[in-house]
Ligand binder design. Structure first.
Ligand code: ZN
Length: 209
């Protein structure tokens, strides 16, 4: 899949969002989706810039810790290369994840920071952001925001990683093709990141017809 095309990045991002949303949502039941962002301190960034595979192995180590300490059942690990300022390399890991039934989604952030620092072999201050939601619209937003495409960074971004007992993917038909990069995508018309209701209504209509 080409993720380097400016012309179709919105449609490709939407396709990734729909696939992931459909994949995650039925598995949740009454459980929330957890969203945790792990940032990389400045002194550690350069080694990852030259070695995205190394970042992948750090993420794998992190997952083992989360599995043990916070009862993780499965996770989707998505790396972003930049933050709000697209000109500065600011790698961070976005982890969308689910705990085993009966777990507490309110986490001990000090413990989480200590785990992340340990995985990076780093002992300074470190940022970790954490929240969770059971609300469909919010979960849609988690997917859409994180699965956006970053043209220009495709060769650096480590592949999306699934960990644990994750739900299978049921692919959705992609009937359109980008005239520039030949990438296929789904065209739904306008679906805002914040207005998932239109999409959900279409889904229900399709399912009931
Ligand atoms: Zn394209």
């Amino acid at each position: 899949m080409s993720l380097d095309c400016e012309d179709c990045k919105d449609d490709v991002g939407r396709r990734r969002t729909i696939r992931t949303f459909r994949r995650i949502l039925p598995s949740l039941g009454k459980r929330p989706l957890l969203y945790t962002i792990f940032t990389v301190p400045p002194v550690k960034r350069e080694q990852f810039l030259h070695n995205p595979k190394l970042f992948r192995s750090v993420i794998s180590a992190l997952w083992i810790n989360i599995l043990v300490s916070f009862r993780g059942e499965y996770a989707l690990a998505i790396t972003h290369p930049v933050g709000d300022d697209a000109s500065i390399f600011y790698p961070h890991l976005n982890l969308l994840w689910v705990q085993h039934k009966g777990s507490n989604p309110v986490l001990d952030l000090d413990e989480l920071r200590a785990i992340w620092a340990g995985c990076l072999d780093y002992d300074g201050p470190i940022d970790v952001f954490h929240e969770f939601s059971r609300e469909k619209g919010r979960i849609w937003h988690y997917c859409a925001y994180n699965l956006r495409v970053f043209p220009g960074w495709a060769t650096w971004i480590p592949r999306i990683q699934w960990f644990g007992s994750f739900p299978k993917c049921h692919d959705v038909d992609a009937e359109h093709r980008c005239p520039v990069c030949r990438q296929t995508y789904i065209f739904l018309g306008f679906v805002s990141v914040f207005e998932y209701e239109d999409f959900v209504k279409k889904e229900e209509f399709v399912n009931s017809s």
